[in-house]
Design a protein around this ligand. Structure first.
Ligand code: DGL
Length: 261
């Protein structure tokens, strides 16, 4: 099974991308809905949660782990990789690699939670690969709750997106990384407000491509993964709202199983 975790249900955007890239692979998902959001917690707390979440997924039969959460990927990758002897994927590197490959003007914008932006990980990784790149990073803390409220088509959401993206528009970026699980759900509004000429990088898609490429090269690991098209979705708190968003994100009926963390 492919194990995927997120601070909540935003990581289902990664499940959706993985289902497209690797259809038929069994998936076990854990959304830490009782302890969400991670985006405004300290690195120590997020590391502790990421270790516990990984442990849980391994106990359910996961053979590889995808940290769908940008915040966890930003601050907990080293600790998780050191602690567990299975392939661990995070969402930052694949998006960074694509951004430096495709940005012609070398002007890249990044949006994410407060913790992700504060970690400085995107700018560091981008500059490690292409030191001349100008990276403009902004946190957009209101976008996660708006998505969770299902305010996807409200004029207020469009206004807030516009306000958040204004400084990036002024900087004339040509590439924008969506550095948060929830933002792909707002991709159309974001594209509209940042302008058609800006290439949007969706980290849910890039990590799915990375996992696929890895499994093509590592047949031994691929052979460990069951492929019966089964998906299980665990959450640390079940609410109607989560069930609704989960169903809408995956466009299918999702049964959430409760697990106490
Ligand atoms: N999953 C988080 C991320 O991608 C967003 C939600 C949260 O703050 O927990 O950064």
């Amino acid at each position: 099974m492919i194990g995927i975790f997120d601070s909540g249900i935003g990581g289902l955007t990664v499940v959706r991308a993985l289902m497209e890239e690797l259809s038929g692979y069994d998936i076990v998902y854990f959304g830490d809905t009782a302890r969400t959001p991670y985006g405004n917690k300290s690195p120590d707390t997020v590391i502790k949660y990421a270790l516990e979440n990984t442990e849980f997924l391994l106990s359910k039969g996961a053979k590889i782990i995808v940290m769908a959460c940008n915040t966890a990927s930003s601050v907990a990758t080293d600790d998780v990789t050191k602690r567990f002897d299975v392939p661990i994927f995070e969402v930052i590197t694949p998006a960074v690699e694509l951004s430096v490959k495709t940005s012609k003007k070398l002007r890249v914008g990044v949006i994410g939670t407060r913790a992700t932006i504060k970690s400085g990980i995107y700018s560091k990784k981008i500059r490690d690969l292409k030191p001349d790149t100008k990276v403009y990073s902004y946190s957009c803390p209101l976008l996660v709750p708006l998505v969770e409220e299902g305010w996807l088509k409200k004029p207020e959401t469009t206004m807030i997106v516009k306000k958040y993206l204004h400084p990036l528009k002024v900087r004339q970026i040509d590439t924008l990384i969506l550095g948060c699980t929830h933002y792909p759900i707002l991709k159309n509004i974001i594209q509209n407000k940042i302008g058609k000429r800006v290439n949007i990088i969706d980290s849910s898609v890039t990590v799915a491509e990375k996992v696929k490429g890895f499994l093509e090269k590592h047949k031994d690991i691929d052979s460990l993964l069951s492929k019966n098209g089964e998906c299980r979705f665990f959450v640390s708190d079940v609410t109607e709202q989560f069930e609704k968003i989960a169903g809408a994100t995956l466009k299918r009926n999702v049964i959430l199983e409760h697990v106490r963390m």
